[in-house]
Design a protein around this ligand. Structure first.
Ligand code: NAD
Length: 419
C-alpha cells in the first residue's frame, strides 16, 4: 500500500498511476474542498485521462481520506507531492513540505519502517541539509527506523498521465538499501530504467532538466528578437527549417517545441525553478549569468509583445487576447504570459480588452482580477477584437483563418502560417 500526500497535478497522477499498476493507494490533502470534489469524481483541474481513471479506481484501489493516520496505517511508502512554491526571496518555499512531513511523523507508529519519498521539487542540498536533520530531530534514524528518498517527477501538464505511466526514467535519490529496494519494487511495473543516485544528484537532475528547457525557450525567443531587429526574416519558416536538423527529431528526442519562439515560458515549474536555481548559484559561489539572462529574456519578450501592440493599435481599439493558459491543452494559468502582457497593456492605457481561451477562463478569472470581456466562443471574441494577439497556440484559434483575414493579427506563437 502507498500513501500520497498532496493531490494536485503530481499527487493525483502519482496516486492513480500506482493504482493502474495494481497498488492500493490512500490519498490525503489538506484542502477539504479538493477532497470533496475528488470524492464526487471531479478533477479540480484540466488533465486528460485522469477523470476516467479516478472513476474506475475510486473506492476500489484509490481511497480518499481526511484521516492521515488511516492513510498511513498499512503503507510502505509515503509520497509527498505538495507544492514548493516560490518564496519571497525566490528560494523554494519548504513550508508545506515540512508541515506535511511533521504531520506524518506524528502519526507513524514506532518500529514501523516506511520510506518517506519526496516527489516535490526541491533544490540540491535540501534533503541532506534540511529534511534529513528535520526528521532526525524527531528521534528517528534514517535508514534504520525510517527511510528517506528523493524521487523527482518529470511529467508534463497536459500529458501527465502518459508521462507518468510510461516514464522515460525513474530517478531515486536515497542513502539506505531498504528504501532503494522498496522503491525499485514499486516502480518495477513501469518498465523504465531506474537510476539510483545520491539525494543531491536526484534533486539536481530535476533542475538540470527544467533550467535546460527554460534556457531553450529563452534562446529561441532571444533569436526571434534578433530576427525582428534585423528585419525581413521569416521567423516561422526559419525555425521550421532549423527543426529539420535530424538531431531534433525522432523518439524520444522531440525537443523542437522548446526551441521555438513564443511569448515566454510560464506555468508552475519553469519560472520558479529557474529563479530558485539561479538564486542558489550565488550561494554556491558559482553565480550563473546565463540563467539570469534566461530570466531576463522571459520578461523582455513580454515587453516586446506590448511594444508591437502599441505600434499597430491605438488606445481606443479593442485588443483580443487569445490564450490565457501558459500552453495549449491545459487550464493552468500560473505565470502565464497572458497575465503579464495584460498587466503591461493596462499600464500603457489599453482599457478595451477581450480575452478568449477554450478552457482556462475560469482559472484566469479566479487567479487574476483583470477587467476584460471574457468569451468562451473564439468566433465571438474575434468579432469583438480590432487587434488579435495570439498568446497560446490553441488549435481553436489556428482554425479560424477565415475570420482573422480582415483583422490586425499579431501571432506571437508563430502558429498560423503552417497550420
Ligand atoms: P499543486 O499545487 O497542484 O498541488 C499541491 C497539493 O498539495 C495541493 O492540493 C495542496 O492542497 C496540497 N497540500 C499542501 N500542503 C499540504 C499538506 N501539509 N498536507 C497535504 N496536502 C497538502 O502542485 P503540483 O503541480 O502537483 O506540484 C507539486 C510539486 O511537484 C511541486 O514541488 C512542483 O514543483 C513539482 N512538480 C510539478 C510538476 C507539474 O507539472 N505541475 C511537474 C513535476 C514536478
Amino acid at each position: 500500500m502507498i500513501t500520497v500526500i498532496g493531490l494536485g497535478f503530481v499527487g493525483l497522477t502519482t496516486a492513480l498511476g500506482f493504482c493502474s499498476k495494481g497498488f492500493t493507494v490512500y490519498g490525503f490533502d489538506i484542502d477539504q474542498k479538493k477532497i470533496n470534489q475528488l470524492r464526487k469524481g471531479k478533477i479540480p483541474f484540466h488533465e486528460p485521462h485522469l477523470k476516467e481513471t479516478l472513476k474506475s479506481n475510486l473506492n476500489r484501489k484509490f481511497f480518499l481520506t481526511r484521516d492521515l493516520k488511516q492513510a498511513l496505517k498499512n503503507s510502505s511508502a509515503v509520497f509527498y507531492c505538495v507544492g514548493t512554491p516560490e518564496a519571497p526571496n525566490g528560494d523554494a518555499n519548504l513550508q508545506y513540505l515540512l508541515a506535511a512531513i511533521q504531520e506524518t511523523l506524528k502519526k507513524i507508529p514506532q518500529n514501523d519502517f516506511k520510506v518517506l519519498v519526496i516527489k516535490s521539487t526541491i533544490p540540491p542540498l535540501t534533503t541532506q541539509n534540511q529534511i534529513k536533520p528535520f526528521i532526525e530531530r524527531s528521534g528517528l534514524i534514517i535508514g534504520k527506523t525510517i527511510g528517506l528518498a528523493n524521487n523527482p517527477e518529470f511529467l508534463r501538464e497536459g500529458r501527465a498521465w502518459e508521462d507518468f505511466v510510461h516514464p522515460d526514467r525513474i530517478v531515486i535519490g536515497c542513502s539506505d538499501p531498504q528504501s532503494e529496494n522498496l522503491l525499485k519494487n514499486l516502480y518495477q511495473p513501469f518498465k523504465a530504467p531506474i537510476f539510483k543516485v545520491s539525494f543531491n544528484t536526484a534533486e539536481y537532475i530535476k533542475y538540470l532538466s527544467n533550467t535546460f528547457l527554460a534556457t531553450l525557450i529563452s534562446f529561441a525567443n532571444e533569436m526571434s528578437l534578433i530576427a525582428h531587429s534585423i528585419g525581413d526574416i521569416d521567423i516561422e519558416e526559419a525555425f521550421k527549417i532549423f527543426h529539420r536538423d535530424k538531431r531534433w527529431s525522432g523518439e524520444p528526442a522531440n525537443m523542437s517545441s522548446y526551441v521555438y519562439p513564443g511569448c515566454g515560458f510560464g506555468g508552475m515549474c519553469l519560472p520558479k525553478d529557474l529563479k530558485c536555481f539561479y538564486i542558489q548559484t550565488k550561494k554556491w559561489g558559482c553565480y550563473s549569468g546565463l540563467l539570469k539572462e534566461v530570466l531576463e529574456v522571459n520578461s523582455k519578450i513580454k515587453q516586446f509583445v506590448v511594444k508591437k501592440v502599441m505600434e499597430v493599435a491605438d488606445k481606443k481599439e479593442t485588443i483580443g487576447i487569445f490564450g490565457l493558459a501558459f500552453k495549449p491543452n491545459t487550464d493552468d494559468v500560473r505565470e502565464s504570459p497572458a497575465k503579464d502582457i495584460m498587466k503591461l497593456l493596462w499600464d500603457q492605457g489599453y482599457r478595451n480588452i477581450v480575452a478568449h481561451d477554450p478552457i482556462a477562463i475560469p482559472n484566469f478569472k479566479k487567479s487574476y482580477r483583470f477587467r476584460a470581456q471574457y468569451h468562451l466562443s473564439v468566433k465571438e471574441a474575434i468579432k469583438k477584437s480590432d487587434v488579435i494577439l495570439i498568446l497560446t497556440a490553441w488549435n481553436q484559434i489556428r482554425e479560424q483563418k477565415g475570420l482573422l483575414q480582415n483583422k490586425k493579427v499579431l501571432d506571437f506563437r508563430y502558429c498560423l502560417k503552417n497550420s
